[in-house]
Every structure is written in structure tokens, then in C-alpha cells.
Design a protein. Structure first.
Length: 289
């Protein structure tokens, strides 16, 4: 049986109620943290449905704010750890969900998640799910950081700026295809959940958002040296209009070694990274290794 949280949080669907609560507490939304509340209850439920959580599922949530999504996750019986950089919001969710905390079902990690997630991983181990409404300025950094550290979650759901979501799922030879696309799709199958216009949030952002689901690849494309692969593919995309011969030569500081690797991989030296599949990039990396 799921335990319900105490009802002392504001109405998450009402901008007026949220504003009144913040005013009463002397708190303000901080633009530098990319803070926006999802005020559409149906959208919140749809996004949490995509997370596929059940009783006992362990979840990490980035940026709970005042706990609208937190409330939905906890109501489904999860064991939840939230990462919150804003001290005011951290204090609020500690209060709102104190009964869950007493039952060891809710924990708050205060501070910058880019700095704290690794310590949390060492302390508590890998959770079943990773979730967050990620601000533009940390979305790519956080996701790339976990993948580059060899950490892959069974399932993630992120709400991000729509253009970031497009980069996550972009295919070769498209404008959005990038080193970040390769990294995401190397580790996960990436699919959209729903698009969210600005009216779904308060304060209303000037950009559209998209919720995406990452499912851990069961047949993970292995390579001889993952660290080399990640560095190499980032280097190949660093100057998009240059050929892989030029970028690989710069990466290796050796034109002859670049020629040999490209030839061994069966690729044209005039190819550009933006036209290469993940399989081709992995193969080139293995030829270097």
C-alpha cells in the first residue's frame, strides 16, 4: 500500500498558487538555474508513465523544484533521491515529503548535480531510473558525463529544450546530427514521449520542450577502447565541414597514422563525420586502437 505525502504543497496546476507560495516564502525563480514548473497535470502523468515505475523502483530525479513530479513519483511507491541546487526548493521538498523521508523512501542531495551525482552513485549504487526536467545549460553535460563515465541506466526520461531532444535522436547526414547524438544513441535507444509548448510551464519559457525516453541498449555496441572512441568521435565532429582525414590527422598529430586507420576501416578520407553511422565510427576507433 502506498503512503500519501502530507498535503502542504501549493496547487501544482495553478501559476497563481505557485506565485503566492513563493511570495509568502520570500523566494524567487532563478533564471540561472533554468527553473520552470510543469503545470499541466495530464502531461506530468504521461511523462511519469513513460518512466515505467512500480512499487519499490529506485529513482533519481534532477531538479524537483517544488515537487510536482516528485509527488507523482512517490505516489507510485518509488524510492526517490532528488538532486536540487536551489537551497530554498531543497528545504521545501524536505518539508513536503518528510513522511516519505522518515520511511527511507525519500532523500535530498543538495548542490550541483554535475558535481554530486558521482558521490551519490558510490554511496547508494545505480538506481533503476533516471529522471528530470533538465535546464538547457546542464542537459547535454549531465547526460554525456554519465555515459562517458560508463554509467548507463535501465531507463531514463528527460524533458529538455526541443532542439536538444532533436540532437539526441538525430540521424546521420542531418543538421542536428552531432557528437552528442552519437553518444546518446551509442548507449541508449532514444524515442520521443511528447512535445510541450511554453503554455505548459510557469513561468512560460520562450522555447518548446520535448520529453524523451532513453532505454538502455541490451546489445551494447562494444569497442576495444571506449575512452578512445569518445575522444575520437568528439574530435571528428569538432570541425563539421572538414573531412575525417583532416580532423583525424589533427586528433592524432600524425597524417600517416590517420591514413592507415581510415584505409583499414574501409572509409573514404573525404567523408565527413556528420555522414558516418555509429557503427562506422566504432570501427574506425577500433582500427586506431
Amino acid at each position: 500500500m502506498t503512503v500519501m505525502a502530507i498535503e502542504n504543497h501549493p496547487d501544482y496546476n495553478s501559476p497563481a498558487a505557485l506565485k503566492a507560495f513563493l511570495d509568502e516564502k520570500g523566494m524567487a525563480m532563478q533564471k540561472k538555474f533554468g527553473q520552470n514548473f510543469l503545470i499541466n497535470q495530464d502531461a506530468r502523468k504521461k511523462i511519469i508513465d513513460a518512466l515505467q515505475i512500480t512499487e519499490g523502483t529506485s529513482v533519481w530525479e534532477v531538479g524537483p523544484g517544488l515537487g510536482a513530479m516528485t509527488d507523482e513519483i512517490l505516489s507510485r511507491g518509488s524510492k526517490l533521491r532528488v538532486f536540487e541546487i536551489d537551497r530554498g526548493f531543497a528545504g521545501c521538498v524536505r518539508n513536503f515529503f518528510s513522511d516519505y523521508a522518515e520511511k527511507n523512501l525519500f532523500f535530498v542531495e543538495e548542490g550541483d548535480v554535475l558535481k554530486t551525482w558521482k558521490d551519490a552513485l558510490e554511496t547508494t549504487g545505480l538506481p533503476d531510473r533516471f529522471f528530470g526536467n533538465l535546464p538547457y545549460n546542464i542537459a547535454a553535460s549531465l547526460i554525456a558525463d554519465t555515459i562517458e563515465k560508463g554509467v548507463r541506466f535501465e531507463r531514463c526520461v528527460f524533458t529538455v529544450q526541443k532542439e536538444v531532444a532533436q540532437r539526441m535522436a538525430a540521424k546521420p547526414s542531418t543538421d542536428d546530427y552531432s557528437s552528442f547524438s552519437v553518444l546518446c544513441q551509442w548507449a541508449y535507444d532514444v524515442k520521443p514521449v511528447c512535445d510541450l509548448g511554453g503554455a505548459n510551464f510557469w513561468p512560460r519559457p520562450n522555447v518548446d520542450s520535448r520529453a524523451v525516453v532513453f532505454t538502455k541498449k541490451q546489445a551494447f555496441p562494444e569497442c576495444k577502447n571506449p575512452e578512445l572512441f569518445m575522444k575520437m568521435q568528439r574530435s571528428l565532429f569538432s570541425s563539421r565541414r572538414k573531412t575525417i582525414k583532416n580532423n583525424l590527422t589533427q586528433f592524432l598529430s600524425n597524417s600517416e597514422a590517420a591514413d592507415k586507420a581510415i584505409e583499414k576501416a574501409g572509409l573514404s578520407p573525404f567523408l565527413r563525420a556528420e555522414a558516418m553511422t555509429i557503427k562506422e565510427l566504432l570501427n574506425l576507433s577500433d582500427c586506431l586502437a
